[in-house]
Design a protein. Structure first.
Lengths: 118, 109
């Protein structure tokens, strides 16, 4: 089966510019996640979608970041305007579903987009 | 919010030596997942632990979940160059994973 697709793989922009990232999850996966991973750190969840609804966006800097998953399949993450501290790898992941019960589903990650803000 | 402490941050080993990373939480966990991220790569799921005291093995990898469900460990026996990477624990809190900072396994040349 095809994995999670992301584009672009690399992006270099100047501060105050805008940028958008695209993600296509594994077919049939209801849950989609956007993570920010700064070098040397673990992934930080930015936003989680269940189909086309937002489950959690508490750590999304909403003054500059936005994300959508209009048809419940692919998703875009936008940064406008970018700051130097936004330099990171942006990872998209998907899972079959999510659950509040003890059991849960593994997350499948895309290759990520490495963003450099100069 | 819930936090998880993962130690050590780095571990340098000779090829063939063992490796262990520990994940500790101040609160009881419902379950915990482990992921591996190769240098320049993305996290890849290894395993999920759910039951108190659970032990699971995958070839040379042994995963444990503490009796109190507040800690977990990953032990690799006889490391190989293919084991190089960062190992993350990710306990579940409500409906999302809380990621540790990871332990980087480095094989000494």
């Amino acid at each position: 089966e095809a994995g999670v697709a992301q584009s672009p793989r690399y992006k270099i922009i100047e501060k105050r510019q805008s940028v958008a990232f695209w993600c296509n999850p594994i077919s049939g996966h209801a849950t989609l996640y956007w993570y920010q991973q700064i070098l040397g750190q673990g992934p930080k969840l930015l936003i989680q979608f269940q189909n086309n609804g937002v489950v959690d966006d508490s750590q999304l800097p909403k003054d500059r970041f936005s994300a959508e998953r209009l048809k419940g399949v692919d998703s875009t993450l936008k940064i406008q305007p970018a700051k130097l501290e936004d330099s990171a790898v942006y990872l998209c992941a998907s899972s079959l579903d999510y659950s509040r019960l003890a059991g849960d589903y593994e997350q499948y990650f895309g290759p990520g987009t490495r963003l450099t803000v100069t | 919010g819930q936090q998880v402490m993962q130690i050590p941050q780095y571990q340098h080993v000779q090829e063939g030596e063992d490796f262990t990373t520990y994940c500790n939480s101040s609160t009881t966990l419902s379950n915990i997942q482990w992921y591996k991220q190769r240098p320049g790569g993305h996290p890849v799921f290894l395993i999920q632990l759910v039951k108190s005291g659970e032990v699971k093995k995958q070839k040379r990898l042994t995963f444990q979940f503490g009796e109190a469900k507040k800690n977990s460990s990953l032990h690799i026996t006889a490391t190989q160059t293919t084991d190089v990477g960062t190992y993350f624990c990710a306990p579940k809190s409500n409906y999302q994973l809380i990621w540790g900072a990871g332990t980087k396994l480095i094989i000494k040349p």
